[in-house]
Ligand binder design. Structure first.
Ligand SMILES: Cc1cc2nc3c(=O)[nH]c(=O)nc-3n(C[C@H](O)[C@H](O)[C@H](O)COP(=O)(O)O)c2cc1C
Length: 168
């Protein structure tokens, strides 16, 4: 099935079940060199009068290197039967494994960015804001202890949605 371009609001995405529930692949880089990882934290909404995505990526992720270098990233949402693939991409690093080869995912280029043929929805995003979360600004000490006791902080990336696709 081909991707059909549409608008973000016409996708009818329910953000809580889509982000926290079915997860998504965040893919950054160029068609020549990219990496993808599973995310279940993020937000969909509006900022600076543009439909936008916010993602939170720990600086230890290989994908973080690509997010820093390149200006576009994609969000790929998959049908439920692809969950094992997302589990794989969320538990193996592109530093050590070729995730495309291991999962059989098919990369596609959309608007200069990389997404996957198997996705049901793709959002192509232009990075417009990136900032480390500030540990001193976290009001709940339990969050600090639970999520940042041993692990690196997350960096927040806001991407303006420049194109939205669904499977036709
Ligand atoms: C369900 C699920 C959700 C995840 N969500 C995030 C997330 O929102 N942010 C993050 O930094 N890591 C998240 N991870 C962890 C990364 O996907 C994981 O560390 C991955 O192996 C990183 O790959 P990379 O090193 O190739 O970038 C998640 C993992 C899973 C399984």
């Amino acid at each position: 099935m081909a991707f059909i371009q549409t608008t973000p609001d016409a996708l009818g995405i329910e953000p809580f079940s889509t982000i926290g529930g079915t997860w998504f692949l965040l893919t950054a880089g160029t068609p020549e060199a990219f990496n993808t990882m599973t995310c279940s934290w993020g937000a969909l909404g509006e900022i600076w009068n543009a439909p936008s995505v916010t993602a939170y990526v720990r600086t230890s992720r290989y994908t973080h290197e690509f997010l820093e270098k390149d200006s576009r990233f994609t969000i790929s949402v998959f049908p439920e039967e692809m969950r094992p693939t997302l589990a794989y991409c969320g538990s193996h690093s592109g530093r050590d494994f070729d995730k495309v080869k291991e999962t059989g995912l098919t990369p596609v280029t959309l608007d200069g960015a990389v997404a996957f043929e198997e996705a049901s929805i793709v959002l192509v995003c232009e990075k417009v804001y990136a900032q480390m979360l500030d540990a001193d600004a976290i009001g709940d000490p339990e969050i600090l202890e639970r999520y940042y006791g041993l692990d690196e902080m997350h960096k927040m990336y806001i991407g303006r949605i420049v194109a939205a696709y669904r499977k036709g």
